[in-house]
Design a binder for this molecule. Structure first.
Ligand code: KG4
Length: 334
């Protein structure tokens, strides 16, 4: 089944052509260089850049896949959650294509598609499994009972891990997107030099990152007011270690308490080098099989939307021309 998939939930305009789990093309136009000037994503600018880029990105995706519009069986599109103006660009483009080509329109939840990035090149990976999805806007532990059946057991009660990385990186003077740059320059953590708080949550599988974020920002400001230098690579490593401690401890506890033997990581933060290495070591110790996507599928892209779109279509999830974008929506909405 040939799907033309569209992703525009944040600052990447992406169109992919997929055939079940196979990727025929995956074009991404990123806006990072422009948002970098402001230290974060400016929603109004993001919507405008999606509008400008989407037709050309779509043409290029068809060209690289070596197909024409007549070969498309369905259109899949990210419709939630994300920046509302940005999502609306993709949703309306998808509606127009679906109407013009007379093919089904498949709405895809952004976090579900991040999880589906793991199905690319791994024919043996099938639900059920436990999944940690960790990105700029979300941190959630969910049971994936089937391709379109999700049972969240823990989520952040405030900030996402990616938000914590991005804002603490900004306080340290690193450019957007902070998480990637913080990961690159981090050296060795020193928790004596920079002690950071451990958050408490009522539900053992929930997360909280806002206290940690604030603690780092306050520490950096206090040092600067006293005219003291911060050792940025050591501070970066200390933040990274703390975030990884929290993510790993809770995720492994969730996997063990629910008797899973397979763990999947998804989302932009699953690209983090320390998270990958340490989670792998913890899984190896316990005989848990760990999956995480190749780096090129960790961030936002339409290939993962096409793959999840295929399973959504199989489960009967098809939209009509009234499809709207939604800024927030739980992963188990349907
Ligand atoms: O999944 P994603 O591309 O967009 C959302 O759907 O949110 O995730 C973006 C997030 C950003 O917060 C970015 O800083 C973070 O993923 N990120 C990383 C790394 N690469 C991307 N965080 C830590 N270490 C990385 N290597």
């Amino acid at each position: 089944m040939i799907i033309l998939a569209i992703e525009s939930s944040c600052d990447e305009t992406s169109v992919a052509i997929t055939d079940e789990r196979k990727i025929l093309s995956n074009i991404i136009a990123t806006q990072i260089a422009e948002h970098k000037l402001y230290g974060g994503v400016v929603p109004e600018i993001a919507s405008r850049r999606h509008t400008e880029a989407i037709s050309q990105v779509c043409d290029e995706a068809l060209k690289q896949a070596g197909i024409t519009y007549g070969d498309i069986d369905a259109i899949a599109v990210t419709f939630a959650p994300g920046l509302i103006g940005a999502l609306l660009v993709g949703v309306n483009f998808a509606k127009g294509l679906s109407y013009a080509l007379g093919v089904p329109l498949i709405p895809v939840h952004h976090l579900r598609s991040h999880i589906a990035a793991n199905y690319i090149n791994t024919p043996e990976l099938k639900p059920p499994f436990m999944c940690l999805t960790v990105s700029g806007g979300n941190t959630i532990i969910t049971e994936v009972a089937d391709y379109t059946k999700f049972n969240p057991i823990g989520r952040t009660t405030d900030d996402a891990a990616g938000e914590c990385f991005d804002k603490t990186a900004r306080a340290l003077g690193l450019s957007y997107p902070g998480g990637v740059n913080l990961d690159k320059i981090a050296t060795t953590a020193d928790t004596q030099k920079y002690p950071l708080p451990s958050p408490h949550t009522e539900n053992e599988f929930d997360f909280s990152f806002s206290g940690l974020k604030t603690a780092v920002v306050n520490l950096v400001h206090n040092k600067s007011q006293k005219g003291e230098e911060i050792d940025v690579p050591v501070m970066a490593a200390t933040i990274r270690q703390k975030v990884c401690d929290i993510l790993i401890k809770k995720t492994i506890a969730a996997v063990e308490s629910h008797n899973y033997k397979t763990l999947v990581m998804a989302g932009g933060v699953s690209a983090n080098s320390e998270l990958r290495t340490r989670m792998q070591a913890e899984c190896d110790k316990r005989g848990i099989k760990l999956y995480y996507p190749p780096l090129k599928y960790c961030g936002d892209n339409a290939a993962m939307v096409g793959v999840q779109g295929y399973y959504e279509y199989q489960s009967g999830n098809v939209a009509d021309a009234t499809l709207n974008a939604t800024a927030t929506l739980p992963i188990n909405y349907r």
